[in-house]
Design a protein around this ligand. Structure first.
Ligand code: PMP
Length: 405
C-alpha cells in the first residue's frame, strides 16, 4: 500500500507556504526535494566523520573512505552494474557526458567520423558532442522524431554506417515524457559495433534501471534528480570500454606514480576521479538511493503513472489545452500550452498560486525548433505528489486561462 501522506512527512519543505499558499511542487524534472535521511546523513558526516578520503591512515579518513566506497557499491546495486570499477562519481549528468565526450573523443574519434544524438536531447547531451565534432572535424547526425514525439527507429537504422563511432540518446525526454525504446536502439547500434550512451537523468528517478539488461555501454545520471544532493552524479561504463579510455582530468587520486618524465595512471574507477571527490554528497546519494529502493522503484513507478494518467485526463478538460508528447508513454512529465497564453505568463501566474512549474525551452532548443514553438509550461511529478495537487494545478490553469479570455 503506497502511503503518499506518510512519504510526504519525510520531506520538510513540502509543508512550507509560498505567498501564503501551500507549496505545490511540480518541478521535479529540474530537481527533487530531499528527505530527512539525506540531509541528516550530510550533517552527521560533517559533524562526526569529516576527513579527506583515500590517502589518510587515521581513523576519520578511513571511516570517510569506507562510507564513500560503500556508496559506490550502493550505486552499483541501484544500476545492477557488474562491478564498482564501472561506477565513476562525477558532478552530475552534464559532467558525466562531458567526461565521456572528451575521453572517448581522444581515443576513438577522428576527422570524418560520425556521432549520433536524437532530436529530443537535452543540451547536456548535444553540446559536448558538438564540441568534440569541432575539435576533431567529426559530424553530428540526428535521429529524427515523429510529430507525436517518438523517435523514428527506421531513420535511426539508416543513419548507422562504418563511420559511426557512438550513439547518445536520452532514456526519457525531459520535455515530452517519451520513454525511448533504448533497448532497440542499443541492439541496432551494437549490430554495427557502435557503443551507446544513455542519458538517464529523467529515468532513474521514476523506474528501475538495469544497465546489464539494457546492455548500454555508458549510462549517466544526476543525484539531485533522485532525491539526493546537488553536485554529485554518476557515469556508468562497461569495464572493457573504460579500460580503453584515457583520463579526463589530471591530479589527485587518478595517478599511480608521478615523475617529471612520465606519469602512470590509477586503476578503475579512480583513473577518472581527479581531485577530492564530494564524499559527503556520495554518501548522501547512497542514502537517497536506499530511500527510493526502500519504497520500491516499481511502487514509485505505479504511483507516478497513476498520477500522470489522472493529470493528463484532467488537463484535457481545459479549453485550448495543447499537450506535447505521445499519447501513451508519458513518464511523469507533462509539457503544455493553453490557447495563445505565453508559457512565461502561465508559469508566473501559477507561481502566485503556490504552484511551482517550469517554463521555457527546458534546455532542449532543437526540440523546440522541431515543434515550432518557443517554449512550454512543464509540470513534472515526484514520488510525493498527489491527485489533490493535480486538482490544484488544473484549477490554477483554468483560473489563468479565464484571465486571458
Ligand atoms: N539530461 C536530461 C534529460 C536532463 O533532464 C537534465 C537536467 N534537466 C540533464 C541532462 C542535465 O542534468 P544536470 O544539470 O544535473 O547535469
Amino acid at each position: 500500500m503506497y502511503d503518499v501522506n506518510k512519504i510526504r512527512e519525510d520531506f520538510p519543505i513540502l509543508t512550507r507556504k509560498v505567498y501564503g499558499k501551500p507549496l505545490v511542487y511540480l518541478d521535479n524534472g529540474a530537481t527533487t526535494q530531499k528527505p530527512h535521511c539525506v540531509v541528516d546523513a550530510m550533517v552527521d558526516e560533517y559533524y562526526n566523520v569529516n576527513a579527506n578520503v583515500h590517502r589518510g591512515v587515521h581513523f576519520l579518513s578511513q571511516k570517510a573512505t569506507d562510507l564513500h566506497e560503500a556508496s559506490r557499491e550502493t550505486v552499483r546495486r541501484f544500476l545492477n552494474a557488474r562491478s564498482t570499477n564501472e561506477i565513476l562519481f562525477t558532478r552530475g549528468t552534464t559532467e558525466s557526458i562531458n567526461l565521456l565526450a572528451f575521453s572517448f573523443g581522444e581515443a576513438f574519434v577522428k576527422e570524418g567520423d560520425e556521432l549520433v544524438v536524437s532530436e529530443m536531447e537535452h543540451h547536456s547531451d548535444i553540446v559536448p558532442w558538438q564540441m568534440l565534432c569541432e575539435r576533431k572535424g567529426a559530424v553530428l547526425r540526428v535521429i529524427p522524431m515523429t510529430d507525436e514525439g517518438l523517435l523514428r527507429l527506421d531513420a535511426f537504422a539508416d543513419l548507422l554506417n562504418e563511420r559511426t563511432r557512438i550513439v547518445c540518446c536520452t532514456h526519457v525526454s525531459n520535455v515530452l515524457g517519451t520513454v525511448n525504446p533504448v533497448k532497440d536502439i542499443i541492439r541496432l547500434a551494437h549490430g554495427h559495433g557502435v557503443p551507446v550512451l544513455i542519458d538517464g537523468a529523467q529515468s532513474t528517478p521514476h523506474f528501475s534501471v538495469d544497465v546489464q539488461d539494457l546492455d548500454c555501454d555508458f549510462f549517466a545520471f544526476s543525484g539531485h534528480k533522485v532525491y539526493g544532493p546537488t553536485g554529485v552524479g554518476v557515469l556508468y561504463g562497461k569495464e572493457e570500454w573504460l579500460d580503453r579510455l584515457p583520463p579526463y582530468q589530471g591530479g589527485g587520486e587518478m595517478i599511480k606514480n608521478v615523475s617529471f618524465k612520465k606519469t602512470t595512471y590509477n586503476e578503475l574507477p579512480y583513473k577518472f576521479e581527479a581531485g577530492t571527490p564530494d564524499y559527503i554528497a556520495t554518501h548522501a546519494l547512497a542514502k537517497a538511493l536506499d530511500y527510493v529502493s526502500s519504497i520500491g522503484m516499481a511502487n514509485i513507478y505505479e504511483h507516478e503513472q497513476d498520477l500522470t494518467r489522472y493529470a493528463l485526463a484532467r488537463m484535457r478538460e481545459v479549453e485550448g489545452m495543447r499537450i506535447f508528447g505521445p499519447e501513451e508513454q508519458h513518464d511523469a512529465v507533462i509539457s503544455f500550452l493553453v490557447g495563445n497564453i505565453h508559457h512565461l505568463d502561465m508559469g508566473t501566474l501559477l507561481d502566485r498560486l503556490g504552484i511551482a512549474v517550469r517554463t521555457g525551452h527546458h534546455c532542449a532548443e532543437p526540440l523546440m525548433h522541431r515543434l515550432g514553438i518557443e517554449g512550454t509550461v512543464r509540470a513534472s511529478f515526484g514520488l510525493y505528489n498527489t491527485r489533490e495537487e493535480v486538482d490544484i494545478l488544473v484549477a490554477g490553469i483554468q483560473r489563468v486561462a479565464q484571465m486571458f479570455l
